[in-house]
Design a protein. Structure first.
Lengths: 223, 633
């Protein structure tokens, strides 16, 4: 696969062929990935595809070099990050994440509806309480009151959220293994694939929800 | 070889430089005054001819309404975002400026856009390089602050084109500095470059790995630098004067420039002295005197230099690094000479910064390194490759005035993103797209880069067309957009309205308008110089013919000289400077014996008892030489 980026006989940059990010690096579509090895091939390919090193080539080659190296950078940026990598694989499998999908966001805005936020049921109570505390914090800050006990309470909640976040990442990695086994086995039935991707979507949605909460908490504490 | 003569240019707020890779080392090319730094000041002389550099800086005080400095602050900006600048800098906008138009600055009674003024500075550097090489220079790498947005980059590229330069690459200043740093260090690790210049601040964190310079995160402020410190000191002086003497000098441009010159000198002195005494003569002969201690000064500038803290912390956060994980902090930019700045950097990164580089020159030297890489590299730059990032997120406006980010900041460039658009009404053939740059949630808080109109979409029912729009940020950090309607396969036409830029046609016009056009101008100057040399050698020959030595030549030698003299006179009337030089060289060779004989005669005359004082020393060299006229006061 990799040879396709260059001419086999003269070594010159070739026009990009539409491939997915995994194929660009000649990798199978698996989720456990050796990031150090990925970085190594990123550097190797950069040394051949980057526009700086093709600045004296013909204009057609320069054009290809620009396209190929932007594809390389996009692919590397996506694959080296575990969450982005998972989301990208789900996208390849035709699954859109509800919470993040742009179409959902735009649709919600266009219809004036509040975007559907899937609150994980086991978090409902906690989230409700946390939002109350954050509101109190904003109020007391506005009034210039002492809020040290409230801050301590929110800090505790934040810690618990971060632990949950960690746990979800571990859970996600377990699903990676299931997925990778399917790929190793070869021809996996579409129901099997859909089942794994479905669970991963669920984990990712929960994870994104918690990440947003932590972000809100940080913002409230910093202000 | 000539095709590979690519120079590196640091187009700075305060000073600009041009450098070149000489063998294994980058070197700065001095100007005709012998100095490496060209003040980034442009003025018009009494004949409305542009003057650049030291001469222009001198005219800041004499004829401030005909001069401009710190033009970099206005590059790629609209009239609405320079209101702060207008309060602090004597920029004089054209009287008929329209909102949304590219800025036009008045010099005397002429007006210039910021790219045109920058082009005059670039042209001066280009000339210095041409003198250095003895041949035309048409290709360059130009540095820009890492935190420059698309419009500011585009404006810099336009300036290059107007100056007759093919800008092969825009390189971020801190990254360029890291190239110069890495060239002799050759070691792996994490390096932070803290670059506080005359008008801009950048922080970049890089990973150096076997010759690859990978930027991990960058941040900054394109309106923060030494200028801000100068303005603080100027304001204080003006306040003092108004309070004590009851004179308001704020509108007196000459007085303000005299004060500015004095406080800049004071600022520089305060980096090495515990206190300084300001003594400025005001119009009317009164003197403004004040002592400033280092302590007071540091207290005063603290708020300015504290503004670098936020960007540094954000960059470390984005890079996911703690100060302890950074191996070295490199200081760049003249303002990092201030001890208080160094102390701040030490506190931020928990280590002594590396001060081994010349903070004024290292960016230009790095640009020369990058120019060498683009030109095919050399032994010194073998294996070196720069992987830079885009400093700001790229977004598009979606329903509700919200920014949808499609390329995040700190993404390695080139980078791309693809978006799909459709129509809302049956038969709709146009779709408007608003491209933004910045980190804020709402479109109105981000910088508007351009509005695109996708045109020529085949008429279909609403929602059926599927227009694929590809956004690509190239290695210069500049955005390119292309679009295709997927169902018909038709390329959609894109009409770009750059929010603050010049159109291609405008730039073309400016290139034609500019008084200097690369090859032609270079040829003309060479011709003038060659003809001056012809005059010199012919005068010398006439003198020789009258000397005693002439009689000692053989008839054959005399004939030969006469023939060459005639040949030189003939080509001198033509336009080919190279032919003239050849004829001069030939005549020089042919008159070698005559010169030797004349020398012998002179020596024997001296031996006959004449003192040196009585010997005719002539009028000194009349041939062109690289030194400018000396200045006397």
């Amino acid at each position: 696969m990799r040879a396709a980026h260059f001419c086999e006989s003269c070594g010159k940059v070739q026009p990009p062929v539409p491939v997915d990010y995994f194929s660009f690096f000649a990798l199978p579509p698996k989720l456990n990935l050796d990031v150090a090895a990925l970085e190594k091939s990123f550097y190797e390919l950069s040394r051949r595809l980057h526009p700086d090193l093709n600045a004296r080539a013909g204009s057609q080659e320069q054009e290809w070099s620009l396209e190929q190296s932007s594809l390389l950078n996009d692919a590397y940026r996506t694959l080296r990050d575990p969450i982005k990598r998972t989301e990208y694989l789900l996208h390849l499998e035709g699954v859109e994440l509800e919470e993040q999908s742009k179409s959902a966001t735009e649709q919600a805005r266009a219809t004036g509806a509040i975007k559907k936020q899937i609150v994980p049921p086991d978090l409902l109570e906690e989230v409700f309480e946390l939002n109350m505390q954050l509101e109190d914090l904003r109020m007391s800050k506005k009034m210039g009151e002492d809020d040290s006990s409230l801050i301590a309470e929110i800090g505790k909640q934040k810690l618990s959220l971060e632990e949950k976040h960690e746990a979800l990442i571990e859970e996600l990695q377990a699903h990676w293994n299931t997925w990778d086994n399917l790929i190793d086995r070869g021809h996996a039935a579409s129901e099997e694939r859909a089942q794994v991707t479905g669970t991963m979507v669920d984990v990712l949605n929960r994870r994104n929800y918690i990440r947003n909460l932590v972000r809100d908490v940080n913002a409230a504490l910093e202000n | 070889m000539a095709t590979d003569r690519i120079v590196g240019i640091d187009l700075g707020t305060t000073n600009s430089l041009v450098a070149f890779m000489q063998g294994e080392t980058p070197v700065v090319i001095p100007g005709d005054d012998g100095l490496n730094l060209l003040p980034s000041v442009v003025a018009l002389d009494a004949n409305n001819q542009p003057v650049v550099g030291t001469a222009a800086r001198n005219s800041l005080i004499e004829t401030p309404e005909r001069a401009v400095y710190s033009i970099k602050r206005l590059m790629g900006r609209g009239v609405e975002d320079i209101q702060e600048e207008l309060k602090l800098f004597p920029f004089r906008l054209a009287d008929d400026m329209q909102p949304g138009e590219v800025l036009r600055i008045k010099l005397g009674d002429k007006t210039f856009t910021p790219p045109e003024i920058s082009a005059l500075i670039l042209r001066q550097l280009k000339r210095s390089a041409e003198r250095f090489f003895g041949g035309p220079v048409t290709k360059a790498v130009i540095t820009v602050p890492a935190y420059f947005n698309d419009a500011q980059r585009q404006a810099t590229k336009d300036a290059g084109r107007i100056a007759g330069l093919d800008v092969l690459r825009l390189v971020n200043e801190p990254t360029a500095a890291s190239l110069a740093y890495g060239l002799d260090k050759k070691q792996n690790g994490i390096v932070a470059v803290y670059d506080l210049g005359g008008g801009t601040f950048d922080i970049s964190i890089l990973k150096l790995h076997d010759g690859i310079f990978e930027v991990i995160a960058t941040n900054g402020d394109t309106h923060l630098g030494g200028d801000d410190i100068d303005n603080l000191l100027i304001t204080i002086a003006l306040d003092d004067i108004r309070g004590d003497l009851g004179v308001d000098l704020r509108r007196n441009a000459e007085a303000v420039q005299a004060i500015r010159k004095a406080v800049i000198e004071a600022k520089i002195a305060l980096s090495s002295q515990p206190s300084i005494k300001l003594d400025i003569e005001l119009p009317g002969g009164q003197h403004y005197r004040r002592e400033i201690t280092r302590n007071q000064y540091e207290h005063l500038i603290q708020p300015v230099i504290d503004r670098t803290v936020g960007p540094c912390k954000q960059a470390m956060k984005d890079a996911n690094l703690k100060p302890e994980q950074i191996d070295e902090v490199v200081l760049v930019g003249g303002s990092t000479r201030i001890p208080k700045v160094r102390a701040l950097v030490k506190e931020l990164f928990h280590r002594e910064p590396h001060t081994g580089l010349n903070p004024d020159e290292v960016v230009a030297l790095g640009a020369a390194v990058q120019a060498n890489i683009l030109g095919g590299g050399s032994e010194a730059t073998e294996n070196m490759l720069l992987l830079d990032v885009t400093p700001l997120s790229l977004g598009i406006e979606v329903a509700g005035g919200v920014t949808d980010k499609i390329i995040l900041r700190n993404s390695t460039i080139p980078a791309s993103a693809t978006q799909f658009y459709t129509t809302q009404i049956d038969g709709q053939t146009n779709v408007a797209i608003h491209v933004l740059q910045g980190e804020r949630e709402l479109a109105k808080d981000c910088r508007s880069l351009a509005r695109f109109d996708l045109k020529g979409i085949p008429p279909m029912a609403a929602g059926i067309p599927r227009v694929e729009v590809k956004f690509l940020i190239d290695a210069n950090g500049i955005l390119h957009v292309s679009a295709r309607e997927q169902r018909s396969g038709k390329e959609a036409e894109i009409q770009v309205q750059p929010s603050y830029g010049l159109t291609d046609e405008q730039v073309e016009g400016m290139i034609l308008d500019s008084f200097d056009n690369a090859e032609e101008d270079f040829r003309r100057r060479q011709l003038i110089e060659a003809r001056a040399e012809t005059a010199t050698i012919l005068t010398a020959l006439e003198k020789g013919k009258k000397s005693a030595a002439w009689g000692q030549l053989t008839t054959d030698e005399k004939k030969q000289i006469a023939k060459m003299e005639k040949a030189l006179a003939a080509v001198n009337a033509e336009e080919d400077y190279q032919a003239i030089r050849k004829a001069i060289d030939a005549l020089n060779q042919g008159t070698m014996r005559l010169a030797e004989l004349m020398m012998d005669t002179a020596v024997s005359t001296a031996l006959k008892g004449k003192t040196m004082d009585e010997t005719d020393l002539g009028e000194g060299p009349t041939a062109p030489h690289p030194m400018a006229k000396a200045e006397f006061e």
